[in-house]
Ligand binder design. Structure first.
Ligand code: BTN
Length: 264
């Protein structure tokens, strides 16, 4: 029997101060992917803010078609259902919005965080959280599922071997185990505030907040998109959340997606 007692939905809900996010909280042991469960609930007319949490995932998905390894008892794996009145092209902004919320929440538990485009949250330059926002449409409704994976209590040898030099966890950074429910509560509350702010003030304020939380602008980076890679200086985000890069041969490029590595 998997112990998900630290993720008790009633306890989380009672202490949660939010208006939309976490309107309903479902906690599971092992699932394929919380993003899939949240998407299924969209068809069943679940309320905006529905949050699906799992102790582990067998088919956790990451960005760019990658897998997101989701071992039991260690990380936070959850998805939030949103129903904003937004054009699907603005979807990347919701992932940026979530990364701002997670960066501030994690900062409470393990010290200063930084953001790396598009929506990785870093501690000491290493990834501790990934976000996958997916647009979903059924016959009767449409929405966005924002899936969030946080490395919480992993020791270094519990992180996938190939990521050990580039990933970390809250435990590795602060040396003490962290209560997953507390981290979840903090993320949901901040997500609630950021979501409302985004809906009422729009992308300019969001891009400003995101920019305040990164140190990648002005640095030399490589952006990889499939087989192609581009070296240049990271210049900033436009109001759609696209990354502007000035390449070494003087071209100004704008990326909607891709993988960024800091050079040197
Ligand atoms: C990334 O590649 O950085 C994004 C990772 C997103 C992982 C989370 S874990 C909860 C949710 N369910 C999934 O299948 N993926 C997201």
């Amino acid at each position: 029997m998997i112990d998900v007692s630290d993720l008790n939905p009633e306890k989380i809900k009672t202490s949660l101060k939010s208006s939309v996010i976490g309107s309903e909280i479902l906690v599971f042991g092992e699932v394929a992917s919380t993003n899939d469960l949240a998407r299924d609930r969209l068809a069943k007319n679940s309320p905006e803010g529905l949050t699906v949490v799992a102790d582990s995932q067998t088919r956790g998905r990451g960005r760019l078609g990658r897998a997101w390894r989701s071992a039991p008892g260690l990380g936070l794996y959850f998805s939030v259902l949103l129903r904003p009145r937004l054009d699907a092209r603005r979807l990347p902004l919701l992932a940026l919005m979530a990364s701002v919320a997670v960066a501030d929440a994690i900062g409470e538990f393990a010290g200063a965080t930084k953001l790396k485009w598009p929506n990785d949250v870093l501690l000491n330059g290493k990834k501790t959280c990934g976000i996958l926002a997916e647009y979903c449409k059924t016959e009767s409704s449409e929405g966005v599922v924002v899936g969030i994976g946080v490395n919480v209590n992993h020791r270094l040898d519990q992180l996938p071997e190939e990521f050990r030099s580039a990933a970390t966890s809250l435990f590795i950074e602060n040396g003490e185990p962290v209560n997953r429910a507390e981290v979840l509560r903090s993320i949901l509350e901040r997500l609630d505030a950021e979501y409302r702010d985004f809906l009422s003030h729009g992308e300019e304020l969001l891009v400003e907040k995101w920019t305040e939380r990164t140190d990648m602008f002005g640095k030399q980076i490589t952006v990889t998109r499939g087989p192609a890679s581009f070296r240049g200086t990271a210049m900033g985000l436009d109001r759609s959340g696209n990354l502007a890069v000035l390449t070494e041969d003087g071209r100004r490029l704008s990326f909607e997606s891709g993988e960024v590595t800091l050079n040197g």
